[in-house]
Design a protein around this ligand. Structure first.
Ligand code: HEM
Ligand code: H49
Length: 357
């Protein structure tokens, strides 16, 4: 009984928000709430219309406190995959999402939404590189070591390069998860070169063009979509200041400094800072040259400022996680650093969920 009431209250809160923001008339709202109340009484849950689902996914993005890219929340493309029931169909839908959103480099922010609760994607991101612990040190992305072991235990074998693309791992219910190799046609990678320092290519760095986060849960009106992978485009610092630069990731700053001919014995030469800037210049240059969407952290901050203005105009308070919104290089060169944000969590939203491995 209590669960039914709790579900209804969450549904009512979301549907009222939706009808208010899209300015639907009261009679339709009352009707819809009655319909939902009946469905919850019969089955303990209810089904969102496509329009309600799409709006919920967009508002969840608008409510994502750690996201600097929220200006474009209304333009999210929503692929409704709730009718899918098997692992093979899920894999096909994900291949479609990868190709559709990559769009030959002109990235389209997109989300695929699978049926609530039954489907689970074990990947952190649909495209990510494997990591291996060997007696000669780590190969690939250290962040992927645990998941790579899971993939190998399922029968997958990598080539042991620094950039092995991991398979999709899809689970239906509590069955054994199935793995699927990602076709080349779904994969776009960018080789990293520098606009003026020709030796940069000797670092042999590359990265995948589009980030697809696939391990978060989308919650709308009390319904939990545990498989709702979404993509946008990268902000350059994610690759240049974290994925390549972190000591616990690809840890390339010393190699970059060598290519730049920098003296690394004293911190006070700021060799790490010079290496970081040139690495980020290279990432932005390489993506632009390859025609793959990317945004620099200054432009992204300006877009976020526009988002703040538009939300105030709409009478909505912008909430945020300051420590995530500031970029990892030159944070104080953006307006974000110099203001405070309330880190209030509201739904619809995207949440972490317990790993299945
Ligand atoms: C369109 C371009 C977009 C850009 C440039 C962008 C940028 C970012 C960046 C830089 C982060 C911090 C990530 C990190 O430090 O690991 C972030 C976080 C986040 N973004 Fe966006 N984003 C975009 C689109 C989206 C979309 C389409 C969604 C969902 C529909 C989204 C939802 C989120 C969420 C939920 C987080 C927090 C993730 C976490 O807590 O681990 N973003 N975004
Ligand atoms: N540009 C993006 N970056 C992004 C957004 C959300 C989450 C993530 C991954 N964050 C986890 C990483 C890995 C450890 C700490 N950061 C990246 C997007 C990914 C999907 C849509 S936009």
């Amino acid at each position: 009984r209590y669960e039914v009431l709790e579900m209804y209250l969450k549904a009512k809160e979301f549907i009222e928000l939706y009808y208010k923001e899209v300015e639907m008339d009261e009679a339709l709202l009352k009707n819809r709430l009655l319909e939902i109340s009946n469905e919850i009484n019969e089955s303990g849950t209810y089904t969102l219309t496509y329009d309600e689902l799409a709006y919920g996914a967009r508002v969840a993005w608008r409510n994502s406190n750690r996201c600097i890219g929220r200006l474009f929340w209304e333009s999210l493309h929503v692929l409704d995959q709730r009718a899918i029931t098997t692992e093979d169909e899920v894999a096909e839908a994900l291949f479609h999402h990868l190709q559709y959103a990559t769009n030959n480099g002109k990235v389209i922010p997109t989300i695929s939404i699978f049926r609530p609760d039954h489907i689970r994607i074990w990947n952190h991101q649909l495209i990510r590189y494997a990591g291996y612990e060997t007696n000669k040190g780590v190969i690939g992305d250290p962040d992927s070591i645990a998941f790579t072991k899971v993939c190998e235990s399922l029968g997958w074998k990598g080539l042991k390069t620094n950039f092995d693309v991991l398979p999709l791992v899809i689970q239906v219910g509590n069955q054994q998860p199935k793995w699927f190799e990602i076709p080349q046609t779904c994969l776009l990678e960018v080789r990293i070169s520098h606009p003026t320092i020709t030796d940069f290519v000797n670092l042999q760095l590359k990265w995948y063009g589009v980030p697809f986060v696939s391990d978060m849960k989308l919650e709308i009106g009390g319904i939990h979509y545990c498989a709702a992978p979404f993509n946008g485009w990268y902000m350059g610092t994610e690759i240049g200041a974290r994925n390549f630069a972190d000591e616990k990731r690809y840890n390339v700053l010393p190699d970059v400094a060598s290519v730049l001919g920098l003296e690394q014995t004293r911190d006070s030469t700021l060799w790490k800072d010079r290496a970081l800037v040139e690495l980020n210049v290279a990432v932005l240059h390489s993506f632009k040259q390859a025609g793959v969407s990317i945004v620099d952290h200054h432009t992204a901050a300006k877009q976020f400022k526009q988002f703040e203005k538009r939300e105030e105009d709409q009478g909505r308070k912008v909430t945020g996680t300051w420590s995530w919104l500031i970029p990892p290089i030159s944070p104080a060169a953006t307006h974000i650093f110099h203001k405070e944000y309330q880190d209030k969590v509201v739904t619809p939203n995207y949440f972490y969920q317990k790993r299945r491995y």
